[in-house]
Design a protein around this ligand. Structure first.
Ligand SMILES: [Zn+2]
Length: 501
């Protein structure tokens, strides 16, 4: 097999992890997890077709987490000599001993089998971090100029974030993994101004994905088609009427619905939040463990899974940062809360036999915390309806496309979302755009009013590149798959008059 890594040396990484595992065991650790990582991140941004931002950074480090008499200890370094790493492991053990007095309850890790040696890479053909800056600027410049040429367009910004992550994981149970994750997020936003109509902006709805540079060349998304439509869509929106507040039936496109899933389901079903362990950074959840198996989260067509296995998923991986195999599991079945996202320590608190693989650190220098799997709403089984068929069922409503701003309370219950485009639906047909639309609901009312989900043909894997959690804060990429959905009688606000403009 050819080398999986472009930056890390596999043999040297293995020497470092072996040294850490031996030193930690000798110092008294009952369990040890080691990560040797290199994360290369790039950001290229153009404004009005001129290069404005360019960064290219590589983070290298080694993190060692140990369990000593039921207490976690963690230490990390950017050193890369074998002797340094043995010392690092001893420091992790000393840290566990130092914090032992402050800990009330012993940490227990849910069992996980030894997976031997695992080699895994996310699917990609062209590592985007190896594409030259000139080529990136050339492509984004061409996209920008094509939009700027259209009369009425005032400004265009275009950028692409690219990450290539190489991770060697090893633990004292015998699991060893070499994994590579590649991902990217391109976005183009245009601004139009008009003397009377004011100004509007519109961004592409192409999602971030776990793919290579080929994504920008048309594999998995038709950028040419989206960019060709963008100016006309934006100019139409600029001259559209402002929405009249009230209750409307909504058909929500997956390019918008993924974010509502992320905020109101993804975060709410993180067990550390639900247990109250994670409260500081917009934490906690209304979906507390006493409601497991009974909480009516939504209507009977609502089925939500968490998974670390989806092809091109941003949170997809073979082995998580605690040596747990990537899995797929139910969170909501027929509208009822049936599961949580777990790491090994919270799985044990909840009396589960096994974690479902949701431990992740955003850096070798950070401790793994419970992070989101790809949390996805399942499409209708069999021959489910198309988006057009869902729209045809609505007499008076709004079709919502693309995500924009949002807000939700800490318990993940009261929310408000806007979008990129809103089409008025009249008697089952789209009749032009609206401006200033925001939809507002509580989590259980919104999902409870979901009358139908679209079929497999409407399903899209969208997601976020940088979901924030924890204190100190960490970021994580995550995908959310979903179909289009028909939701009845949702409260619509006029965002402009709410904002006092
Ligand atoms: Zn988030």
């Amino acid at each position: 097999m050819t080398d999986l890594f472009a930056i890390l040396d596999e043999d040297h990484s293995r020497r470092l992890s072996t040294s850490a595992l031996e030193a930690a065991a000798a110092a008294g650790a009952s369990h040890t997890q080691v990560r040797v990582e290199s994360i290369r991140s790039q950001d290229v941004g153009l404004r009005d077709a001129e290069l404005e931002t360019s960064s290219d950074s590589t983070e290298f480090g080694v993190g060692v987490r140990v369990l000593v008499d039921g207490v976690f200890g963690f230490a990390a370094t950017v050193e890369r000599e074998v002797d340094d790493i043995a010392n690092l492991a001893r420091r992790a053990v000393a840290t566990a001993r130092a914090v032992a007095r402050a800990q009330r309850r012993a940490v227990e890790l849910a069992a996980e089998p030894n997976h031997g040696e695992v080699r895994w890479s996310s699917p990609y053909r062209i590592d985007p971090t190896l594409v030259s800056l000139a080529e990136k600027v050339e492509l984004l410049g061409r996209w920008s100029r094509q939009i700027l040429e259209v009369e009425g367009i005032a400004h265009v910004s275009a950028n692409v974030l690219c990450v290539s992550e190489e991770k060697h994981y090893a633990d004292s149970s015998g699991t060893t993994a070499f994994q590579r994750r590649v991902r990217l997020h391109p976005a183009v936003e245009a601004i139009a101004t008009h003397e009377k109509a004011g100004f509007e902006s519109m961004r592409t709805v192409a999602p971030p994905v776990g793919r290579g540079w080929e994504y920008l060349l048309g594999e998995g998304w038709d950028f040419e088609a989206e960019l060709a439509q963008l100016p006309a869509n934006l100019l139409e929106k600029l001259h559209s009427p402002s929405v009249e507040a009230g209750r409307y039936d909504l058909v929500v496109d997956p390019t918008n619905l993924w974010l509502t899933i992320h905020e109101s389901i993804g975060h709410a079903t993180e067990l550390d939040r639900a247990l109250g362990y994670e409260a500081a950074y917009a934490g906690t959840s209304f979906a507390t463990p006493d409601k497991l198996g009974t909480l009516k989260y939504g209507s009977s067509v609502m089925n939500v899974t968490g998974d670390r296995t989806a092809e091109f998923g941003l949170a997809t991986t073979a082995i998580d940062d605690e040596g747990v195999e990537g899995q797929s599991f139910d969170l909501i079945r027929d509208g009822v809360l049936v599961g949580y996202q777990l790491d090994r320590a919270t799985a044990s608190v909840a009396g589960r036999d096994r974690s479902n693989g949701c431990a992740f650190a955003d850096s070798p220098l950070h401790v793994p915390i419970q992070r989101m799997a790809n949390v996805s709403l399942q499409p209708a089984p069999g021959d489910g309806p198309s988006t057009e068929e869902l729209i045809a069922r609505v007499d008076r409503g709004i079709y919502v496309v693309g995500d924009k701003s949002w807000s939700i309370d800490m318990q993940r219950y009261n929310f408000q979302f806007t979008g990129q485009r809103f089409y008025r639906i009249e008697n089952g047909a789209l009749v032009g755009q609206l401006r200033d639309v925001a939809y507002q609901a509580t989590t259980t009312d919104f999902w409870g009013a979901m009358e139908a989900v679209g079929g497999r043909q409407t399903y899209l894997l969208a997601g976020a590149f940088n979901c924030g959690k924890g204190q100190p804060g960490q970021v994580a990429p995550v995908s959310h798959g979903c179909p289009s959905a028909l939701i009845r009688e949702v409260s619509i606000l006029n965002a402009r008059s709410e904002g006092g403009r």
